[in-house]
Design a protein around this ligand. Structure first.
Ligand code: ZN
Length: 254
């Protein structure tokens, strides 16, 4: 089962809530947004976003704006941004100025979010960007350890894994997201399959055979009824926590 992208209602810099086309995210990001908003409710700071989800076309436009100099902040081509997976947001740093970015970092970390820069300096480019990696961090580590080498950086593999797992295509992984999704799942289950490339070759097939015992419990793609039983295989994924709240809070007031 691909990860759903849930509609969210959240304050933005655009005179009201974040526009619908950007206001979508994965269930674990949804839970993080809700919990951080709640945590900041009685403070002078608040979570106000300028960007979150980007479709393939929106990411392409964002990249072209960077390439042509219309925007100065770096934006990768489609397939390389966690925004496309509904797993990243950009926040208005002015709205957390009372606590400051250095205090926001550990708060974000408690809710499974990571910055994309190496120190909490609000003058740095991308100081506003936070990712919800979930279990896709295992794909980052896989590439960091050299088990695959077809992506420029581990981060690009992380983004591709996250995007394809929402059922959206990543050019590098072919037109059908299901093959990349199966490979991403195998890597996150601890299998070594070589590159995440969208091609079901001998290594992927061998890993699928070796995962036979797992497949009997959680066939790939995962049927809904198997989500609970697959929980043990995705220890860092808070998908399940988010799913339990998605129906009750998807149209909440935040
Ligand atoms: Zn961003």
């Amino acid at each position: 089962m691909f990860s759903p992208l849930l509609p969210v209602k959240i304050a933005s810099i655009y005179h009201g809530d974040l526009p619908n086309r950007m206001a979508k995210c994965t269930p674990d990001m949804f839970a993080a947004l809700r919990d951080i908003t709640t945590e900041l409710a009685n403070t002078q700071d608040s979570l106000v976003l300028s960007d979150m989800y980007r479709s393939y076309e929106m990411q392409l436009q964002s990249h072209l704006d960077f390439v042509t100099g219309k925007k100065s902040a770096f934006s990768p081509p489609p397939g390389g941004s966690m925004h496309e997976a509904g797993r990243a947001f950009d926040l208005d740093l002015d709205r957390i100025k009372h606590m400051g970015l250095a205090a926001f970092w550990p708060l974000a970390q408690r809710h499974g979010l990571r910055p994309i820069i190496d120190s909490p300096d609000s003058r740095k480019s991308e100081a506003w960007h936070f990712d919800c990696r979930g279990s896709h961090d295992l794909v980052y580590q896989y590439y960091q350890h050299g088990k695959g080498d077809n992506f420029e950086r581990p981060y690009t593999a992380l983004a591709a894994s996250a995007i394809v797992s929402t059922g959206q295509k990543v050019d590098k992984l072919g037109n059908d997201p299901r093959t990349g999704y199966v490979q991403s799942g195998l890597i996150r289950l601890g299998r070594v399959i070589g590159d995440l490339d969208g091609k079901i070759g001998p290594k992927t097939n061998a890993a699928l055979s070796a995962s036979g015992s797992i497949r009997r419990k959680v066939s790939l793609p995962l049927p809904i009824k198997s989500i609970a039983s697959s929980r043990q295989y995705f220890p860092t994924n808070t998908l399940f926590r988010g799913l339990s709240h998605m129906t009750s809070t998807a149209t909440g007031s935040w």
